[in-house]
Write a protein that binds this ligand. Structure first.
Ligand SMILES: Cc1ncc(COP(=O)(O)O)c(C=O)c1O
Length: 398
């Protein structure tokens, strides 16, 4: 007796591998600076915790898929404030238990639409795009994002037969792991391609509110596809990064009201109603911007500091303007997995690109999870490690 081939052939989930390395180091009594998993440990904003604990119900009942009136109002308020989006734009919303399950389950609904079996997605990128397509019995098509294109996804460059079989396209800007954002012009190009080819645009926007704090004073924020077109587009939002609520499991999906009707019917089967006490806490978080600006400030300080070291070491050229990752390019010939395993022996954990992608070699991701002082200590260890590993500089690939 065994599971099906998809289950049996799944690679180990990268974050579990990183957790194993971390516990091995801790068991040896080492101080560990963990830049592996994108889960920054910043204390939760007090009013969110208060809302959660005050909301524990006397009598527990099944939550609805659509969300309570209170959280729906908070989410619409957020969408109006940030993107001037309202229900009158032909949109609807559903709560989710974080983006991960929403990403996963959406593949089950998109697969086979109009007889199409391919779903395309960014590579490197979030591993659940691929695994969800496999579980939905579809054809995954990773689109390699390249540094020379500022990590723009270019679905129009896929082979013609893949383009005509494409049921949906995932995009993710700000992008994990590169921190890339997309310009309005390029987003329009992606949207036009989707509309021309009748492809569902699925936008993973969980880093939408994580951008360099210097943008705040300029009134800037990353482009959002629904601000350009609501047709055939769904956006997946989360409080995991915005408010640091990774353990609460809460987010929402917003998009084309017609599509959302079908999604609501499907999601009622998935067991993904958000617990009402979590919805209360989430409503408090969506209403507020101050704690989010404070988080941006902390991430920006960490990015500025780590970037100084990594740029000096010639591992990264441009400072990312969004997200909380630094995507570093190793000197030609070095293997990213070996680099990370060797670096871990010094107590600094980072993710090799081969674990965050399909076949992309030679990059390492630092998730800016440790505090500012610990980031500095880790960067000093990294500096020594890199200088010893590459005693002669200046032989990087272009
Ligand atoms: C690109 C991307 N999408 C989705 C997720 C899942 O986020 P959530 O915690 O909302 O499930 C992550 C988490 O790291 C992510 O990086």
């Amino acid at each position: 007796m065994t599971w099906n081939d998809i289950t049996r052939n799944l690679p180990a989930y990268p974050m579990e591998e990183l957790a194993r390395i971390r516990s091995d180091l801790l068991a040896k009594g080492m101080t560990v600076y963990d830049f592996g998993t994108g889960d920054p440990q910043i204390p939760t904003w007090q009013p969110i915790k208060d809302s959660l604990s005050a909301a524990i119900p006397e009598v527990s009942q099944y939550p609805s898929i659509r969300g309570t009136a209170e959280i729906r109002e908070a989410i619409w308020g957020y969408l109006k404030r940030h993107y001037q989006l309202t229900p009158e734009d032909g949109l609807d919303i559903l709560t989710s238990n974080g983006s991960k399950e929403a990403v996963f389950h959406t593949a089950l609904c998109a697969m086979g639409r109009k007889g199409k079996k391919t779903i395309a997605y960014p590579n490197p990128g979030y591993p659940v795009y691929r695994s969800s397509i496999l579980f939905a019995q579809g054809r995954p098509y990773p689109i390699e994002l390249e540094q020379k294109d500022h990590y723009l996804i270019k679905p129009w460059e896929m082979p013609k037969d893949i383009q005509s079989d494409c049921a949906a396209l995932w995009i993710n800007y700000p992008h994990n792991p590169t921190g890339a954002t997309v310009t309005k012009e390029n987003l329009e190009k992606i949207i036009n391609w989707c509309q021309e080819k009748d492809v569902l645009l699925l936008s993973d926007d969980c880093y939408a509110d994580i951008y360099h704090s210097s943008w705040d004073s300029k009134g800037l924020r990353p482009e959002h596809p629904l601000s350009i077109s609501t047709k055939n587009c769904l956006s997946f939002m989360s409080l995991s990064k915005r408010s640091g609520l990774t353990g609460y499991r809460t987010g929402f999906i917003v998009g084309d009201a017609d599509l959302m009707k079908g999604l609501a019917r499907a999601r009622a089967n998935f067991g993904v109603g958000t617990p009402t006490q979590t919805q209360k806490a989430a409503a408090t978080a969506w209403h507020d911007e101050t704690h989010v600006a404070a988080r941006r400030q902390q991430f920006s300080e960490r990015i500025d500091l780590a970037y100084r070291y990594l740029n000096e070491l010639d591992l990264i050229a441009d400072k990312p303007q969004a997200g909380f990752y630094l995507w570093c390019r190793l000197p030609a010939g070095d293997d990213d997995v070996n680099f990370c395993l060797d670096l871990a022996k010094q107590g600094v954990i980072a993710s090799p690109s081969q674990w965050l992608s399909e076949g992309i070699k030679g990059y390492v991701r630092f998730a800016l999870v440790p505090t500012l002082p610990n980031t500095e200590k880790a960067m000093q260890i990294l500096q020594k490690f890199v200088n010893a590993r590459y005693p002669t500089k200046g032989d990087k690939t272009s």
